[in-house]
Design a binder for this molecule. Structure first.
Ligand code: URA
Length: 211
């Protein structure tokens, strides 16, 4: 049973595309295209509660008050490197969004995430920040990335992934109960190498064709 701050997007199109992505026979070019399509659909869902304001416009027929998005431009934040694959599709849907990047690696000695790159847009405290990583596995990188984004001033943050493991959701929600999670699926568990199973493998490798 997902925690109350987790939304699973069960839309048949999302599930169909995810099934194709999971298949080991799906090549990188197809995987990237599917990721782009699915991220557009996830973005549609995560933006469902954006505030709008009424502005006066004139159509060819008359003047009237029409809704448009309120507030500062959205901010998408990619957790490198696999997050970049999700951001491409998000920008297709919201081309004016700002994009930030957070790079973390796992210290082999302490096993803790260490930041090696951080670049965020200005006035982040006024923007809705949507932080993305295809895989919420242990949750450790996502926890550290969101912590860093909060330290930079972000007040409203959401987290989008493609697949989540139950333990990742638990760890993330315990650290950031104020940050809702949106995912296409919650898989069974992590294996001994911290891969999500059944999963889809290493998201970065599948996007970029590396091993
Ligand atoms: N990162 C991935 O790319 N895949 C997993 O299964 C877990 C973490």
């Amino acid at each position: 049973m997902p925690a109350s701050n987790v939304t699973v997007v069960s839309h048949p199109l999302v599930q169909h595309k995810l099934t194709l992505m999971r298949d080991v026979g799906t090549p990188s070019n197809k995987f990237r295209a599917l990721l782009r399509e699915i991220s557009l659909l996830l973005t549609y869902e995560i933006c469902r509660d954006l505030e709008t304001e009424l502005v006066e416009i004139t159509t060819p027929l008359e003047t009237f008050m029409a809704p448009r998005l309120e507030g500062k431009k959205l901010c998408f934040i990619s957790i490198l490197r696999a997050g970049n694959g999700l951001v491409d599709g998000m920008l297709d849907l919201v081309p004016s969004a700002r994009v930030g990047h957070v790079g973390l690696y796992r210290d082999p000695r302490t096993l803790k995430p260490v930041e090696y790159y951080l670049k965020l847009p200005d006035r982040i405290e006024e923007r809705l920040c949507i932080c993305v990583d295809p895989m919420l596995a242990t949750g450790n990188s996502a926890v550290a990335a969101v912590q860093r984004i909060k330290e930079a001033g972000a007040k409203r943050i959401k987290f989008v992934c493609l697949l989540a493991a139950p333990v990742g959701i638990e760890t993330f929600s315990a650290a950031h109960p104020d940050v809702p999670i949106l995912t296409a699926a919650i898989d069974r568990e992590l294996n001994d190498h911290a891969y999500i199973v059944p999963g889809l493998g290493d998201a970065g490798d599948r996007i970029y064709g590396t091993k």
